[in-house]
Design a protein around this ligand. Structure first.
Ligand SMILES: Nc1ncnc2c1ncn2[C@@H]1O[C@H](COP(=O)(O)OP(=O)(O)OP(=O)(O)O)[C@@H](O)[C@H]1O
Ligand SMILES: [Mg+2]
Length: 240
């Protein structure tokens, strides 16, 4: 039987930021883990522990200082900016805390934006945006502007945009950080539904009830991996 290939394989990953005046800060220290297709992983840890730094490397927005990162079997650790942009476009969907929508463009335009870089024509872009918006429960909102919908809806638009390239993985850095708890639950239900349909999800959160949607949890403490296992086991050991 063919072995299942990991979607993410991180080995001995380190990240050091070098600043003016010869100062440096070692932010990620010898982190290794493997994530398989279909997993739902929550990355947790205190403020400043290195979660966003890790997510930016996993999302091919930044490079490690040392160690290797294989994404769907491809070594992406040493790629230049242009090559990383191509990898992002083909394999990755990213969802941010502040939605990152273009406020002067319609919802449909925002969703189909990544397709412009692939040279997809107007009509197909529109059609795929409509289809994706339906998937996230926003049918009929195509021609509104982001300012004309709620925060939760804006995050749905961002999720639709992340999905438009059929990525093998979605990274989300505090996707519910700007939402109230009810809206936050709705967004997490949407991630859970997407995951049930086979999409791999890695998300950063501070909140326990958000992390509860994930099956696996990785905890980062001062740049080191402090826990990696079932979320339920972690909670049991915490006496929660
Ligand atoms: N571009 C940068 N240059 C220098 N230092 C940085 C840079 N980005 C982050 N850092 C430092 O790296 C450490 C980790 O930051 P990071 O943003 O990864 O933390 P985090 O776990 O995401 O925190 P939070 O929960 O507050 O979002 C912090 O001490 C931060 O000041
Ligand atoms: Mg962060």
């Amino acid at each position: 039987m063919a072995e299942i290939q990991p979607v993410i394989e991180v080995c001995d990953l380190c990240k050091t930021y070098y600043m003016a005046g010869g100062l440096s800060q070692s932010v990620l220290k010898h982190i290794s883990f493997t994530i398989y297709p279909g997993e739902f992983v929550a990355i947790m840890g205190h403020s400043g522990s290195g979660k966003s730094t890790l997510m930016n490397i996993l999302g091919c927005l930044d490079r490690p200082t040392s160690g290797t990162y294989q994404l769907s079997g491809e070594n992406v650790s040493d790629k230049d900016d242009e090559a990383l942009a191509i990898v992002r476009g083909q394999k990755i969907g990213f969802v941010f805390q502040n939605f990152n929508l273009l406020m002067k463009r319609t919802i449909a335009d925002n969703v189909s934006l990544p397709l412009i870089y692939q040279g997809v024509g107007d009509e197909e872009r529109r059609q795929r945006a409509v289809e994706m918006l339906k998937k996230v429960g926003l049918e009929g909102y195509e021609d509104r502007l982001p300012s004309q919908i709620s925060g939760g809806m804006q995050q749905r638009v961002a999720i639709a945009r992340a999905l438009i390239n059929n990525p093998s993985i979605i990274f989300a850095d505090e996707p519910t950080g700007n939402l109230d708890s009810k809206t936050s639950d709705e967004i997490m239900e949407l991630f859970a539904k997407l995951n049930e349909h086979g999409i791999t999800i890695v998300l950063v959160t501070h909140e326990d009830d958000v992390a509860d949607y994930a099956k696996r949890m990785i905890k980062i403490m001062d740049g080191e991996k402090a826990y990696d296992g079932l979320r339920a086991d972690y909670k049991e050991n915490q006496g929660a």
